[in-house]
Design a protein around this ligand. Structure first.
Ligand SMILES: Cc1cc2nc3c(=O)[nH]c(=O)nc-3n(C[C@H](O)[C@H](O)[C@H](O)COP(=O)(O)O)c2cc1C
Length: 201
């Protein structure tokens, strides 16, 4: 732990696992490289996510500062609002296969399963002492061309992974945000007993 580390554990209504409470979408990335073993553990966590018919539709295209030119190319798909992620030593493009491999039928759950695998990664990243940020703000068309993604895959999100740096390195629009408490709807707004609208407690 250093002074750079902002922690924002969830204020929960009921007790949950520490790792779930601890995970948050930090933006202040250090340029410090991520150890390959840590990165592989994070990707291993994705591997063990559940998926419809065990299709495992997730695919990850990984860029690291081992190859700065390629990392720069990957950064070029990010929208300006996500420029903070250009400091991250690891960028990943997360995509999902749209069809089942055995019968070619459309897999309507492909994005669901990609999300589950991504969350596994998120939790493992925090377990490894790293931060991670998922980003929907990027140019999908450009990513498809640049990363040679075929039509059978749907581009999901860009993911940044790295060590946390001081909030002072953030663009102004994100400096204050870094300290804002994490907020969520109460359980009563999204959990219902037996029918929509009927409270569980
Ligand atoms: C699919 C997805 C897309 C997101 N896209 C962006 C994005 O483009 N830029 C950004 O700064 N944050 C992005 N976020 C982060 C969310 O804003 C963040 O998860 C949410 O505010 C909850 O905060 P927490 O993750 O710290 O609990 C995204 C998160 C998800 C799951």
């Amino acid at each position: 732990m250093t002074d750079n580390i902002i922690t924002k554990p969830a204020q929960t209504e009921f007790p949950i696992h520490e790792l779930i409470a601890k995970r948050w979408s930090a933006r202040a990335f250090s340029t410090r490289p991520v150890e390959k073993t840590k990165l592989l553990s994070i990707l291993e966590a994705a591997r063990w996510a559940p998926s419809s018919r065990n299709e495992q539709p997730w695919r990850y295209i990984v860029f690291t500062n081992d190859n700065p030119d390629k990392l720069k190319e990957a950064q070029s798909v990010l929208l300006e609002i996500n420029s903070y992620a250009k400091r991250a030593p690891v960028l990943i493009c997360a995509i999902a296969k749209k069809s089942y491999t055995d019968n070619g039928n459309h897999n309507r759950l492909h994005f669901h399963d990609l999300g589950a695998a991504n969350e596994n990664m998120f939790l493992e990243a925090f377990n490894q002492g790293l931060i991670m940020h998922e980003m929907g703000g990027f140019n999908r068309e450009k990513a498809m061309g640049l990363f040679r993604i075929s039509e059978d895959y749907e581009v999901g999100i860009m993911i940044a992974i790295g060590y946390q740096d001081s909030h002072t390195i953030l663009p102004d629009r994100y400096k204050e945000k870094a300290f804002m408490p994490r907020e969520r709807k109460p359980l009563s707004e999204f959990v219902f007993l037996e029918e929509i609208g009927k409270e569980i407690k």
